[in-house]
Design a protein around this ligand. Structure first.
Ligand SMILES: N[C@@H](CCC(=O)N[C@@H](CS)C(=O)NCC(=O)O)C(=O)O
Length: 220
């Protein structure tokens, strides 16, 4: 059986376990990382020398890097579903996954980190404002794409929706202003109809470090 190492509160772990559920695959998850520790144990470092989550093992294949894991699972188990078969849709899925990771994730993470993961006295308000301004620009690009197609890769859900899908839920839960993006709103509502998304991505985030720590513990 496929094994995953990583706490459920991690957005990078969520990408992988959501993808596994979309593919209908059974998996065994080991809770490590964050307050649970374990990522600096020698056996763990053998699997991921970066001491980060997630790690995935499938038979003789052990991998780190969440996006690469999602693409591996899609290639092995989701040809024509999570991984588009048509070259045009596959190209779009690859492009948007890469783009979301490089252009959107850092800004959502900056807001999240400052509003939730540090104590109010350590908050960097300028970093939050700068990230908010950048998100207005980049989310307009995503919104335009989603005006032209139902999902990022075209008319079908694919791994091109996974990265922003996970991060957008987190963003939606933060106490901050968000740009008006009607096509992202429609896409986000469609995501929320997917049982696997509801189960693994729509988890409590919290609005303070104390709430985050409590949620992390409960989620495991
Ligand atoms: N590029 C890596 C980043 C992994 C990463 O930064 N994971 C975070 C959680 S989202 C982590 O391991 N933090 C330390 C911890 O949980 O102990 C990936 O996508 O897998």
């Amino acid at each position: 059986m496929i094994e995953i190492w990583g706490r459920r509160s991690s957005s990078n772990v969520q990408k992988v376990i959501w993808a596994l559920d979309e593919l209908g695959l059974d998996f065994k998850r080991h809770t490590v990382g964050g307050g649970f520790g374990g990522t600096r144990d020698p056996a763990y470092l053998e699997m991921n020398p970066n001491a980060l989550v997630p790690v995935m093992r499938d038979g003789d294949i052990t991998m780190f890097e969440s996006n690469a894991i999602v693409r591996y699972l899609a290639a092995r188990y989701g040809e024509g579903s999570l991984r588009p078969k048509a070259p045009k849709a596959l190209a779009a899925a690859e492009q948007w996954m890469e783009w979301q990771q490089l252009n959107v994730v850092p800004h959502i993470s900056a807001i999240f980190w400052n509003l939730v993961r540090v104590k109010p006295a350590e908050r960097n308000d300028k970093a939050v404002a700068d990230a908010g301004a950048k998100l207005t620009t980049v989310l307009a690009i995503a919104d335009k794409r989603l005006a032209a197609s139902t999902w990022f890769a075209g008319e079908d859900f694919s791994f091109g929706d996974i990265v922003l899908g996970v991060l957008y839920w987190r963003y939606s839960q933060l106490d901050c202003s968000r740009p008006d993006t009607p096509n992202i709103k429609r896409w986000f509502e469609a995501l929320q109809q997917r049982p696997a998304y509801r189960k693994w991505a729509m988890v409590p985030v919290g609005n303070s470090i104390e709430e985050w720590n409590a949620n992390e513990k409960t989620l495991g």
